[in-house]
Design a protein around this ligand. Structure first.
Ligand code: SAM
Length: 282
């Protein structure tokens, strides 16, 4: 409905992360009635609109065109048209596009309202059995192993529970890096294919989860969230990689390797290789 005296509303609407029964009545009603729907992949999202009678204007809004699409959407909102923003699955903006549109709407004085619902991050936290009073949503890790380890080293001493998104095919590699950087016995919960037929929720030490996902190809299918316990002891959290990084920064390589070997019990050659690997990443 268009009212020239007042701006429209930008509705940010959550949709299911797998199980269509999680489509809330309010989200369904909004998507059945809103004039314009901005969606990542309009073909994926059109499957949600089984009962819609009025025609809908789809606007494609994805990572690569968000800046360009915003102007047109803000123009429509300013002219009084309501817009619903959805993503392929779950809550928009959570590792999904939409932040720039929502920011532009606020800047233009357009009301922004939420229709909350599923998100893989909160669903995983709710079943992980790890502290939830404070958590850090870390989203996707870098694809390259060296960049990933570097990023993980920055998180190794955080006390909050950490939440990572990952395609399940990457789980053995990601868990291998997590075990190496956070320590093999740090607890984590693997949440895979949540709300779907082959849902997996398994809590174990990082090393055990790595071996399990590596040895069972079924665990490498679909989508996953890793909820990882925060560091419980600042002293123990200074693991070999973190120590090697500090030594590599502070000392010449041969001296750094010598001190690393002495403090950790690593043999000189392994200590040298660790220092060299860190130096090549920096
Ligand atoms: N906006 C979404 C949300 O609210 O969770 C996340 C979108 S992000 C592009 C996609 C990632 O979310 C996947 O790679 C996976 O890490 C996670 N994810 C989405 N659906 C999932 C599910 N059913 N089970 C486990 N993880 C899921």
């Amino acid at each position: 409905m268009t009212d020239t005296s007042a701006p429209g509303t930008l509705w940010v609407v959550a949709t299911p992360i797998g199980n269509l029964d999680d489509f809330t009545p309010r989200a369904r009603a909004l998507l059945e009635s809103t004039a314009v729907i901005a969606a990542e992949d309009t073909r994926v999202s059109s499957r949600l609109l089984t009962e819609r009678r009025e025609p809908v204007q789809w606007v494609s809004l994805h990572e690569h065109n968000e800046s360009r699409a915003i102007d047109g959407l803000i123009e429509q909102l300013t002219a009084g048209t309501d817009v619903a923003l959805i993503s392929d699955a779950g809550t928009p903006l959570i590792s999904d596009p939409g932040y720039r549109l929502v920011s532009a709407a606020h800047a233009a004085g357009i009301p922004v309202r939420t229709v909350p619902g599923p998100s893989a991050a909160t669903a995983a936290l709710s079943v992980a059995g790890l502290p939830t009073d404070r958590f850090l949503f870390a989203g996707f890790l870098p694809a390259r192993a060296s960049a990933r380890r570097k990023h993980l080293r920055e998180l190794a001493r955080r006390h909050e529970t950490l939440v990572f998104y990952a395609p399940a095919r990457d789980l053995p590699a990601v868990l291998d890096d997590l075990a190496a950087v956070f320590g093999p016995s740090r607890m984590a919960t693997l949440c895979r294919e949540l709300t779907k037929l082959h849902e997996t929720v398994r809590r174990d030490a990082l090393e055990a989860l790595r071996d399990w996902t590596r040895d069972d190809p079924d665990q490498q299918r679909g989508e996953a969230v890793l909820v990882v316990a925060g560091s419980d002891d600042p002293e123990r959290a200074i693991n070999i990689d973190a120590l090697a990084m500090e030594l590599a920064r502070e000392l010449p390589p041969s001296r750094a390797a010598k001190v690393l070997a002495r403090l950790t019990g690593l043999d000189r050659q392994t200590a040298w290789q660790r220092i060299e690997a860190i130096r090549s990443e920096d």
